[in-house]
Ligand binder design. Structure first.
Ligand SMILES: Nc1nc2c(c(=O)[nH]1)N[C@H]1C(S)=C(S)[C@@H](COP(=O)(O)OP(=O)(O)OC[C@H]3O[C@@H](n4cnc5c(=O)[nH]c(N)nc54)[C@H](O)[C@@H]3O)O[C@H]1N2
Ligand SMILES: Nc1nc2c(c(=O)[nH]1)N[C@H]1C(S)=C(S)[C@@H](COP(=O)(O)OP(=O)(O)OC[C@H]3O[C@@H](n4cnc5c(=O)[nH]c(N)nc54)[C@H](O)[C@@H]3O)O[C@H]1N2
Ligand SMILES: [Mo]
Length: 784
């Protein structure tokens, strides 16, 4: 049992040997605290293994420093002012090691491996092969990628795009690592070409937050800063696992706690980082058990959050009846809000028994949480994928916003809404125009600046793009980063959709499944990453990014790129634009490529809030984009006020003999990039095909720890017919999760998520509530 893995040398003529049996995992029981000295050791060891000692040192001293590069890990903000030397974050260091690795994938690698061979390799193996060094092409009928010149590659893309009947038959995806400059020129290229088909990873991520917040407060971004978190007296953390996915958030929470804040963690799982935290830079992180994070752990049933927030709303209204004016901020509601009466009427009628059933918690805990909110003067609500990836995600988030609005907890210090973003620049990409439905004022400013005519018809998001490719309505796919084939739902459907294309193009740093799920012709264009030095005509360039709290700042890569043939994303876009749009196109593509300051001048002219961009990003900590609710309690909604949302209560009952499955991240992955096979905090070693189940469910299904099962999802489609999808061979791990709720890793379980199972309004795949049944595998685990 366990892991058998050898990581050998750095000889570029050899593959990186990663030998293991991906079906063998061992469960050793969860760890109870996050970070600590072990985290530092793990990150240094990973760094030295893949980057070597010198690059490790060079990379980590510049990580998140003023003159350094922005961490490609997550979108959590950097601390202002005197940043700590190498503010240690195990998973940030792993993200850097992944990108700055000395391992390389050269044309020779593709000569040795046919496509058929590569398709047999697990994602972990692909992830470990290193950085892509040359542009390569897979020609129709060929089974190997072969080197191609950049100019020829651009020519191939231009030819395919020009051959389409309409620009709307092309899809231009973006993942959230793309810099502001690259995102801006990319959307400019796509709109110059004539389509708004700009799906992005956000469609699968915080789209529900954007949709909900835009309705409620008029802007789809969070309203708090790090300083606010430090001043809050109550912080709700719902549907988020910061110990793994936003580790630097833990030191802010620790500070908040030192200032007296109480933390309410709402999660089906007792995640290590929510329970206890050891700061490796403090004495208690070196010895002892660290500090407790959550003061109240609400072990909620999957999808029960809307009911929880509604139930709390009712208790708050009743508390205000007892002592009028002490709970509801009547002045704020009267001056700044709309639709309170309808909200009040509905919320007073919420049935508390339903709330207890939907959430799975007891009345005493509901009352305790209500009391914590009532006693708070400064409340902040943080959330991530545990809220956004549900069918009722949008009304669920609105219900949380309602709770804060009724108490006037927005637009004052220490209070507000905090959707914690995923990819390090996913928020910036949207600000720069990566959206299939950018508003008219943005398009008008773009046209005005460049003398182009942007299309006005809305484009396709991720799910619609898959449908279009599946149905033959789109046949060229280009991905600016990301791993579309594996990050999206319904793997078999997406796979077929991509394969039906005439051309697929991936601009990537590392090898992944999307390079093997190809159109008839396919290109891989290797790009620089955040850590790499970017020279254009000999002049050093820098890029800018926006974090989860709307802070915009510069990022300067400094490491030697993996090869001289790798180009920056800005260069790739501008050169492709010239090949596609011709020499007399009104946009000065070559000038934009040669000097990114020119891109920033254009951003200043087009993007709201970015005036004087070149100067302001050069300030030591950059600048903060405007946010009317946060800055002035102004709400740019249709009513001109903050809107209380009124929606019918939704939750997820568990049918007899079934489980509701959430698909989440292990501690050893970055989305589809697999760093390793351990999930240390949850006590899983050496494998990823596991399903975490409540011990009583394990027993009720006649299973036992270590049994192998197949997962079969059941989705009732539009016609009323039940569709089944199957993922094979998962090991049963009894775990602390509510009855009827299970968890398993993404992306192995994406094949279970039906393409049509999406959040109403945001069209986000429902990755956190897949109805499944488990079937014992023949010969193993069929007991009872
Ligand atoms: N190291 C590392 N860092 C990352 C990433 C990574 O893969 N690795 N990914 C980045 C990206 S793109 C993103 S979007 C973020 C993701 O950050 P998270 O949202 O923290 O990621 P998930 O692993 O999907 O975890 C979801 C959490 O929500 C809980 N949850 C699930 N369903 C429910 C529910 O119905 N209600 C409640 N209250 N909780 C629920 C789960 O138990 C889990 O703790 O992280 C970013 N940072
Ligand atoms: N079932 C399930 N599905 C999910 C989720 C879930 O929780 N459950 N989460 C969803 C979420 S929140 C997200 S954000 C998506 C993620 O979807 P994506 O963003 O599409 O996926 P990633 O795995 O982050 O993409 C990794 C690839 O990006 C490339 N890359 C990395 N850095 C760079 C760079 O700087 N430039 C370029 N050009 N390429 C780069 C590398 O080649 C790497 O292989 O997945 C979604 N899918
Ligand atoms: Mo994400």
């Amino acid at each position: 049992m366990g892991i058998r893995r050898r990581m050998t040398g750095r000889d570029v003529t050899q593959d990186i040997a990663v030998t293991y049996d991906e079906h063998t995992a061992v469960s050793t029981g969860p760890e109870h605290e996050a970070a600590g000295v072990k985290a530092v050791m793990v990150s240094l060891q990973r760094g030295v293994t893949s980057m070597g000692p010198l690059r490790t040192a060079a990379a980590l001293v510049r990580l998140n420093q003023r003159k350094g590069f922005d961490c490609p890990g997550c979108a959590w903000p950097e601390e202002h002012g005197g940043r700590k030397f190498a503010e240690f974050c195990e998973n940030g260091a792993k993200a850097v090691a992944e990108e700055a690795t000395k391992r390389v994938v050269t044309p020779d690698f593709f000569a040795r491996h046919s496509l058929a061979d590569l398709r047999e390799r697990p994602e972990y193996w692909l992830s470990q092969q290193g950085r892509l060094t040359h542009p390569v092409i897979l020609r129709e009928g060929d089974d190997h990628y072969r080197p191609i010149s950049w100019d020829h590659a651009y020519h191939v893309i231009a030819q395919h795009l020009r051959a389409l009947d309409s620009p709307d038959e092309a899809i231009f995806y973006t993942s959230g690592r793309t810099s502001n400059e690259a995102a801006f020129v990319y959307q400019l290229l796509v709109r110059s070409f004539g389509t708004n088909n700009l799906p992005d990873c956000s469609n699968m991520c915080h789209e529900s937050s954007g949709a909900s917040l835009t309705d409620s407060i008029g802007i789809g971004k969070g309203s708090v800063t790090v300083e606010d978190l430090e001043e809050a007296d109550v912080i709700l953390i719902a549907g988020q696992n910061p110990g793994t996915n936003h580790p630097r958030m833990l030191s802010v929470l620790e500070k908040a706690k030192a200032n007296g804040a109480k933390i309410i963690a709402i999660n089906p799982l007792p995640e290590a980082g929510l329970m206890r935290f050891k700061d490796p830079q403090k004495v208690h992180g070196v010895v002892g058990h660290g500090i407790g994070i959550a003061d109240e752990f609400v072990q909620i049933r999957l999808g029960g959050d809307m009911a929880l927030f509604a139930g709390l709303g009712r208790l708050l209204l009743e508390a205000d009846d007892q002592a009028p004016g002490t709970v509801i901020d009547r002045a704020f509601v009267a001056e700044h809000c709309a639709n309170f009466e309808a909200y009040e009427a509905q919320t007073r009628a919420v049935d508390l028994d339903t709330v207890l059933e939907a959430t799975g918690i007891d009345r005493a805990q509901l009352d305790r949480v209500a009391q914590m909110l009532i006693g708070s003067q400064r409340t902040i609500a943080c959330w991530a994928m545990g809220l956004t990836q549900h069918r009722h995600a949008v009304p669920m988030i609105s219900e949380l916003t309602n709770l804060l609005l009724m108490r006037g907890m927005i637009g004052k210090s220490g209070a507000g809404l905090c959707p914690v973003r995923g990819h390090s620049n996913v928020q910036g990409d949207r600000t720069m125009g990566i959206w299939e439905q950018m508003p008219e004022d943005f398009l008008a400013a773009l046209d005005d600046r460049f003398g182009i005519v942007s299309p006005r018809k809305h484009g396709m998001d991720t799910v619609d793009a898959i449908r279009a490719m599946r149905d033959g309505r789109a046949s060229v796919f280009m991905g600016m980063g990301g791993n579309f084939a594996l990050a999206t739902p319904d793997t078999a459907v997406t796979d077929a959709a991509l394969r039906s294309c005439s051309l697929t193009v991936q601009v990537s740093t590392k090898l992944n499944r999307s390079h093997l799920t190809t159109g008839r012709t396919a290109l891989i264009l290797p790009s620089l990453g955040r850590t790499d030095k970017d020279l254009q005509d000999g002049a050093k360039q820098q890029v800018s990014v926006e974090d989860s709290m709307s802070m915009v700042h510069l990022s300067r890569g400094s490491l030697q790129p993996p090869s001289e043939h790798v180009r920056s994303e800005v260069a790739i876009v501008c050169e492709l634009a010239q090949a596609l749009l011709g020499a007399d196109h009104p946009v000065p593509w070559d000038a934009l490529r040669r000097d990114y300051d020119r891109v920033r001048d254009a951003i200043a002219a087009v993007v709201p809030g970015c005036a004087d961009y070149n100067r302001r990003v050069r300030q030591p900590d950059g600048f903060q984009l405007p946010h009317p609710p946060r800055d002035a309690r102004e709400f740019p909604t249709t009513t001109g006020k903050a809107n209380f949302a009124v929606n019918p209560l939704e939750w997820i009952p568990v049918p007899e003999g079934r489980l509701i499955l959430q698909t989440l991240r292990s501690h050893d992955q970055y989305n589809t990039t697999i760093y390793g096979l351990d999930d240390r905090y949850r006590g899983v070693k050496g494998g990823r095909r596991v399903i975490f189940m409540n011990p009583a469910d394990v027993e009720a299904f006649g299973l036992t720890e270590g049994d192998r099962v197949d997962l079969v999802s059941e989705f009732t489609g539009g016609t009323g017919e039940v569709e089944e999808r199957r993922a094979e061979d998962f090991m049963v791990v009894p775990y602390s999760t509510p009855r009827g709720n299970a968890a398993s890793y993404y992306p192995e379980t994406n094949s279970l998520v039906a393409l049509d199972h999406v959040s109403a309004r945001s069209n986000t795949p429902v990755s956190k509530a897949v109805q499944i049944r488990v079937e014992a595998r023949a010969g193993v685990g069929a007991r009872g």
